[in-house]
Design a protein around this ligand. Structure first.
Ligand code: ADP
Ligand code: GLC
Length: 476
């Protein structure tokens, strides 16, 4: 089974969120199952740096008014990867999607159209004598790959489109459509047009042979007006082609028994190291060492999705109960400012670090007692699973992948705390439940044992992707 895996970011070379973690772990898991998976990525500088020596396999004229682009082959952590070397599009400061000030690049429609267009060119065996059976593209950035394949028609690879986050859609003015060089009728209701605009994620949802998203619950939720971001009708009409496949945890990166980034290693049978991690975290952040309540941790983008405004609102209750908070994140200016102010007001109870810091993320997951993820919506979510692996009980809202991965302490197989409503009072009530269990150390220990038993290995999920590919191309 030959699979072209089309995306934009891969941990550790380039990461803005969980997509990079998934892109680093799923392709190797598929390769271990015998698939020939190769990445296709824009040649962003950080990726090129990580890829080392490259070999040019093709040079082609594009339809996007660029100089001819090169397709080069290399590897990323041992996984074969093709890079689209188009410096005028990709050799820029900032992250893959925005400039250093956080503004979308004005030519994003062309930058990511090129990604989907090159993916479809692989169907012509244009590069390296290698033709994929399946083109598997991810999120709006790669959403045009299924459209270019559909436009090509004939004997083409099967297309799979995975939604990691439906709320980022890649919408552009109608005038940009001409520059995409797709058949005119693609700009319609039965195509990639959405309320008069070009919509890249809709292209993926409409044209892909199969759609997946990253948890079973999110797969259901996005078929409703509440979570469908306007795509619910289309998704309902394609329900037969849509599945939810849960993300996994990469044990090479997130395992308290071997994690080199934390001050002491531990496992479920030897938890002394976890206590060392907690003290080190408190000391490192200037938090008090004798708090009566648990230490809550959060590692997150600070956006509406993540519901951390609820946590900010519930902070008085968290500190009144003797709890502490260690938060690492970056994003909305209001939230950054709000958390900074809370830390300044309660320096022994609340520590906030604004920015992106992989080492600190691991130290928080290991050192905290509770991982807080109060998301409004969450396609899968990874930090609650990291919390489980590290015996740091997740406190989550019952939504999306959070609902699929955390079981409330109220039932015998519980391994965390789950609340329902999206408001400060509901989170506050959940905090009180955390405090009351905290006062019963043997119950806490039992929950922690259960949490550390949870197994979110990638293999079962990789098998499900492989089954999906085989369903589309049984003879590959
Ligand atoms: P999303 O992709 O929506 O941001 P996920 O929970 O799937 O959410 O993945 C987030 C990933 O990004 C996790 O690996 C988490 O540890 C990491 N992360 C988020 N914010 C930060 C930060 N400020 N510093 C370091 N890592 C972060
Ligand atoms: C998105 C989602 C997150 C998911 C991640 C990886 O960023 O917001 O829930 O875990 O993609 O699939």
């Amino acid at each position: 089974m030959q699979v072209l895996y089309v995306s934009t970011e891969v941990y550790p070379a380039l990461k803005t969120g969980g997509l990079a973690d998934v892109n680093a772990a799923l392709p190797p898991a598929l390769i271990r199952l015998g698939a020939d998976v190769r990445l296709l990525l824009p040649a962003f500088p950080a990726l090129l740096k990580a890829a080392g020596q490259l070999e040019r396999v093709a040079k082609l004229d594009t339809v996007f008014g660029t100089a001819p682009v090169e397709i080069s082959r290399g590897t990323l952590d041992g996984v074969p990867a093709y890079f689209i070397v188009a410096p005028e599009f990709y050799a820029r400061r900032g992250n893959p999607y925005t400039d250093a000030k956080g503004q979308d690049w004005p030519d994003n429609h062309l930058r990511f159209a090129l990604l989907g267009w090159v993916a479809a060119r692989f169907a012509d065996s244009a590069f390296d004598g290698w033709r994929p059976d399946i083109v598997h593209s991810h999120d709006w950035h790669a959403g045009l790959a299924p459209a270019y394949l559909a436009a090509r028609g004939g004997d083409r690879p099967g297309s799979v489109f995975t939604v990691h986050n439906l709320s980022y859609q890649g919408q552009f003015p109608a005038e940009t459509f001409g520059a995409l060089h797709l058949p005119p009728h693609f700009f319609g209701l039965q195509g990639l047009e959405f309320y008069g605009k070009v919509n890249f994620i809709k292209a993926g949802l409409h044209y892909a042979d199969r759609i997946t998203t990253v948890s079973p619950t999110y797969a259901r939720e996005i078929q409703t007006p509440q979570q469908g971001c306007g795509m619910e009708g289309l998704l309902r009409s394609r329900a037969g082609a849509l599945t939810g496949i849960l993300n996994g945890v990469d044990p090479q990166e997130w395992n308290p028994a071997s994690d080199p980034r934390i001050p002491a290693r531990y496992d479920a049978g030897h938890l002394e190291g976890k206590a060392v991690c907690k003290t080190a975290l408190q000391t490192g952040l200037g938090l008090g060492l004798n708090a009566a309540g648990p230490l809550f941790g959060a590692v997150s983008r600070l956006t509406t999705q993540k519901g951390l405004d609820l946590l900010l609102g519930a902070l008085p209750r968290l500190t009144a109960g003797g709890g502490q908070l260690a938060l690492l994140g970056a994003g909305d200016a209001d939230l950054e400012q709000g958390f900074r102010a809370a830390a300044a007001a309660h320096p022994r109870a609340v520590a906030v670090r604004i920015g992106y810091d992989e080492d600190r993320a691991h130290r928080i997951v290991a050192g905290a007692d509770v991982m807080v993820v109060p998301s409004r919506f969450e396609p899968c979510g990874l930090t609650q699973m990291y919390g489980l692996a590290y015996g740091t009980l997740p406190l989550v809202r019952r939504v999306g992948g959070l609902a699929d991965t955390v079981t409330d302490a109220a039932v015998p197989e519980g391994d965390g705390f789950v609340f329902e409503e999206t408001n400060v009072a509901a989170l506050g009530a959940a905090l009180e439940r955390v405090f009351s269990v905290w006062r019963e150390p043997h119950i806490w220990a039992a929950l922690r044992r259960q949490a550390m038993r949870a197994d979110f290995g990638w293999e079962p999920s990789a098998r499900r992707y492989l089954d999906l590919y085989r369903g589309l191309r049984p003879h590959a």
